[in-house]
Structures are given as structure tokens and as C-alpha cells.
Design a protein around this ligand. Structure first.
Ligand code: PLP
Length: 367
């Protein structure tokens, strides 16, 4: 859809990358590292400075004690992190439970392990996790549950009841929880509670996150994994063979960012995103889309049934071409394309001016 947006000169609310600047001190730190010739391979599993900063952050923010030498791996984005984690922990023939709608990588990563993804739909219209449905999806071959909160694309921040239901099933069935927490600091309602803080979960949870979203640097490719030492051992081996390591000067800059930016910064990004959310949400509702305000992350899944009889892919291209606003077809987030055929996803990780222009176009177009 990014290519389609470019072709039609449409405002790209498809792919989730910010159109605004990263924090100045982070950019300065990256330049300083490059000027200091920090040009060679970093330690495969991450620079000591970044692993130290991460261990401190997890302890201070979430009360999770982390051994920087045995439990942290720095990867080329959360994308590589998820692939490395699955390749390290999932065997051929295993099953991996994935909640649906899902971020696109989980299914293919499971397939790369010759495992079977098993999809559990969240219940509409709130995208709620149904514990009974989850329980029914678990078989003797299930090895792991992937859980992404705050969630892309649904905007859900799973509540205590939903998180506890997943944790209970993991403990009961001796499963790993592979969590994707890349939007941990982009929360509007409720709070982000890492699965690893629930009783019995630290030893069976692999926490994936990264700096792409928190520092608005999706092109830097710095992701992170926190996992028990024995799992980290295997994950580091896979990571070594996949990419050797994440970019050294950018790891240096991320360490400076984590050390220097305090709660003000994190609260600031959540506040800025809330403003952007409200602009897009109001515009979509006024234009005739059916949607709910997301509780976290920076996407809105919207039902366009009242506006068009096209399917999601045709509607997305049509909207980009005729209205000048590009979303992502909803079927991208479902195993069975028909389940997402009335939905599109809009990203609001854009400047308020960009969103206001997009919303003005939508309002005019559907008036
Ligand atoms: N996980 C989720 C849920 C995402 O939405 C994204 C990017 O959109 C990623 C992972 C990828 O993160 P990274 O840029 O760190 O690879």
C-alpha cells in the first residue's frame, strides 16, 4: 500500500512509520558514535551499554529483574526478534497459537519453523479475548502463545482478566508466552502490564520489544528480547546466524536514549499520540466508518460497510486513488481473507497536520 500511495500521491496512512523527527539527543548520540568510528560489529547479543540500560529500564518500569549478561538479546528490530525466538524455541510439528487479527509476521515465522500457526479470533466488536476459545485451540502439540499488547491492528490493550486467562492457560499447559510489546509506551486507556509480571510467567515468557516505535526510528532496526537464561542461550545462537548483530552506532544511541529520557518523554509520546488518535478517530466516524477508539498502539481498524460494497483490497486502492488516503486492507490481518474483507486499517503515527489533511480529504470525499 505504500507503493500504491506513492503512485497516486495519496497520504500514506497504511504502513506504520512516523513522519516526524526522532528525539534530538538520540540523533546527536548516533552522530557522535559514527564520528567516533563506532563502525565495527558489536557483541552479537548487544552492546554492554544497551543491555545495561535495558536491564535497568525493565527493573525500574516493571519491577522485572533482568540479568544483562544472560537474559538480554539485541536484534535487528522486533521483526528479527520474533523470527529468532520462534526458530530457537519452536520445533517442526509444534503448534503456535496466534490471536486474530494479528500483526502479519507471526504466521509466516511459525511456518519457517515448520510449525502450524493456530488462529484464535478475538470477539467482535471489541476485539475481546475469549478464554474458552483460546482453551479450545490448545492441543498436546501447542508450544507457545503469541500475545501482542498494545495490539496492532485492533488497538486493544488486553485487560487483567484477559492477561490472566492467557497466563493461566500457559501455566496449566506448560506453554511459552511470546509477547510482542513494541507499543508498550503508546497506551491511552489502562496501563501496559507485561505478561512476565504475572504469577508463574517470568520463567516462561519471552518479551519482545524494540525502539522503532518508542523513539520513532523504524529504519534503525533495533529490537530487544528479554528471556530466561536458558532460552536466551538458544535465541542468541539463532540471532548470530541470522544477522550477527544490530547496527553498533545505533545501539550506542539507543542506550543513550534509554538512559537520558525519563518518564516525561514516555508520557509525552503517549499524550501526542492521543491527540493524533482523536483527530483520526473523529474524522473516520464523521466520514461514515464504523470503528472504536483504540486503547493503545497507533492504528484504527475501521469497518467501511456503510460506505462501499467493494472488498477491502479494492476499497483500499480505490480510496488511495480517488480520495488520496491510503489504508491497509483488513484481510492482511486474518488467516481467512473473508474475515477482514469489510475492514481497513489506518495508521495515525503522523503529524497532526498530516492527519488533518487526510481527514479533510475523507470528509469531502464521503460528504
Ligand atoms: N510488532 C508489531 C506488533 C508491529 O506493529 C511492528 C511494526 O509495525 C513490528 C513488530 C516490527 O517492529 P520492528 O520495526 O522493530 O521490526
Amino acid at each position: 500500500m505504500t507503493r500504491v500511495a506513492r503512485r497516486f500521491d495519496a497520504i500514506n496512512l497504511a504502513q506504520g512509520f512516523p513522519d516526524f523527527a526522532a528525539p534530538q539527543l538520540l540523533k546527536d548520540a548516533a552522530c557522535t558514535a559514527i564520528q567516533a568510528d563506532d563502525n565495527q560489529y558489536a557483541i552479537t547479543w548487544g552492546t554492554p551499554a544497551l543491555r545495561t540500560a535495558l536491564a535497568r529500564k525493565y527493573r525500574e518500569w516493571y519491577g522485572i529483574p533482568v540479568d544483562r549478561d544472560r537474559e538480554v538479546t539485541v536484534t535487528c528490530g522486533a521483526t528479527e526478534a520474533m523470527a529468532a525466538v520462534m526458530l530457537a524455541t519452536i520445533d517442526p510439528g509444534d503448534e503456535v497459537v496466534v490471536l486474530e487479527p494479528f500483526y502479519e509476521n507471526y504466521g509466516p515465522d511459525a511456518v519457517l519453523c515448520q510449525a502450524g500457526p493456530v488462529f484464535v479470533p478475538l470477539s467482535l466488536p471489541e476485539f475481546r479475548l475469549d478464554p474458552d476459545r483460546l482453551r479450545r485451540a490448545i492441543s498436546p502439540r501447542t508450544r507457545a502463545v503469541v500475545i501482542n499488547t498494545p495490539n496492532n491492528p485492533s488497538g486493544r490493550v488486553f485487560d487483567d482478566e484477559e492477561m490472566e486467562a492467557v497466563a493461566d492457560l500457559c501455566v496449566e499447559n506448560d506453554l511459552l508466552a511470546i509477547t510482542d510489546e513494541i507499543y508498550e509506551h503508546i497506551v491511552y486507556e489502562g496501563t501496559h502490564v507485561p505478561m512476565a509480571t504475572l504469577p508463574g510467567m517470568r520463567e516462561r515468557t519471552i518479551i519482545i520489544s524494540g525502539l522503532s516505535k518508542t523513539f520513532s526510528v523504524t529504519g534503525w532496526r533495533v529490537g530487544t528480547i528479554i528471556a530466561p537464561a536458558q532460552l536466551t542461550d538458544a535465541i542468541r545462537k539463532v540471532h548470530d546466524f541470522l544477522t550477527v548483530g544490530a547496527p553498533a552506532p545505533l545501539q550506542a544511541a539507543c542506550a543513550v536514549g534509554i538512559d537520558a529520557l525519563g518518564r516525561d518523554y514516555y508520557e509525552g509520546i503517549a499524550r501526542d499520540y492521543l491527540r493524533r488518535r482523536d483527530v483520526l478517530y473523529a474524522g473516520l466516524r464523521e466520514s461514515g466508518f464504523a470503528c472504536r477508539p483504540p486503547e493503545g498502539a497507533y492504528y484504527i481498524m475501521a469497518d467501511f460497510s456503510e460506505l462501499s460494497a467493494l472488498d477491502d483490497t479494492a476499497f483500499s486502492t480505490w480510496l488511495a486513488r480517488e480520495c488520496g488516503v491510503a489504508p491497509v486492507p483488513g484481510s492482511s490481518f486474518y488467516n481467512r481473507p473473508e474475515d477482514g474483507c469489510r475492514l481497513v486499517r489506518f495508521a495515525f503515527c503522523k503529524r497532526v497536520e498530516t492527519l488533518e489533511r487526510a481527514v479533510a480529504r475523507l470528509r469531502r470525499f464521503f460528504a
